[in-house]
Ligand binder design. Structure first.
Ligand SMILES: NC(=O)c1ccc[n+]([C@@H]2O[C@H](COP(=O)([O-])OP(=O)(O)OC[C@H]3O[C@@H](n4cnc5c(N)ncnc54)[C@H](O)[C@@H]3O)[C@@H](O)[C@H]2O)c1
Length: 260
């Protein structure tokens, strides 16, 4: 997929990994819509006023996502060609703790935002991409309508103590990559999931020092946390390289998370 062929939707683009994707794709000359429940840093909007749009909304709401896609298509006067789902929340709670069973409402909220929200953005983005007319000249095996890059976590595979909700939500995202790729294959749309290890974002910067140092100790090389731009570079490569489809890529410097 040529990176600037259409416009790019980034959910959760106001912070961390999503914000790094917004920055990267704006630098590459793309038109980017940041769909996030919280507002972005203003400098991005002022540096690229014609190619950057922020829309406030919730990934779990059908109407919010539909209107953002419609707005982007109208505003940028081209079709959606890539959707990057970064919106998500972290949650830690033992299934049975000192005060008894963990909260069912918290479990539902995490799954609602991280898994159902990701599915909502993926399905509505693919619906919009499916309306793109592929030029006759491109009508060969590689004629792509779009790419969807979803963000899971290595917690999908090595969830730690207290991560049952978060791990379940991210495991669901990783598990969806193949069936969604199969659903969308006939439409010329690829689906790839990235499972990051630990990246220096506001989400991880608030983690207790004990948790951070424990994770760093288990990171073989490079012995540091990831930079958000390294995540954005991976997303760029996945979009540009048509052979990635229906899979989950670990991006974790070899980290296998311990139980605690
Ligand atoms: N940072 C890491 O180490 C790491 C590791 C593995 C996976 N992840 C995943 O990567 C994604 C991005 O994480 P991050 O570290 O950049 O976090 P972050 O907290 O910096 O950014 C997350 C963004 O999602 C937005 N958001 C939350 N709920 C939303 C909703 N309902 N609708 C729309 N937007 C919503 C937030 O406002 C925020 O801007 C998340 O899904 C996270 O689970 C992060």
């Amino acid at each position: 997929m040529k990176i600037a062929s259409g416009w790019i939707l980034v959910s959760g683009g106001s912070s961390g990994l999503g914000a790094a994707c917004v920055d990267r794709f704006l630098e590459l000359g793309c038109s980017v819509l940041n769909f996030d429940i919280a507002p972005p840093r203003t400098d991005v909007l002022t540096r690229f006023p014609n190619r950057c749009q922020y829309v406030s909304g919730d990934v779990t709401k059908e109407e919010d996502v539909r209107s953002a896609i419609a707005l982007g298509t109208k505003r940028f006067k081209k079709q959606l060609s890539a959707a990057i789902t970064c919106a998500g929340i972290l949650h830690s709670e033992r299934a049975v703790g000192r005060d008894g069973a963990g909260s069912l409402d918290s479990f539902r909220r995490v799954v609602e935002i991280n898994l159902i929200g990701t599915y909502n953005v993926a399905r509505l983005s693919a619906e919009s991409m499916s309306q793109v007319e592929v030029p006759v000249a491109d009508a060969d095996a590689d004629a792509e309508r779009g790419v969807i890059v979803m963000t899971a976590s290595i917690a999908a595979f090595d969830g730690q103590t207290g991560q049952s909700a978060y791990a379940a939500s991210k495991g669901g995202v990783a598990a969806m990559a193949l069936p969604l790729a199969r659903d969308f294959g006939r439409l010329g749309i690829r689906v790839v999931c990235i499972a990051p290890g630990v990246f220096e974002t506001p989400m991880m910067q608030v983690a207790p020092e004990k948790v951070r140092s424990g994770l760093l100790a288990e990171t073989p090389f490079p012995h540091r946390f990831g930079e958000p731009r390294e995540f954005a570079l991976t997303v760029q490569h996945v979009i540009e390289n048509a052979m990635f489809n229906g899979c989950t890529l670990r991006l974790d410097a070899g980290l296998r998370m311990p139980a605690k």
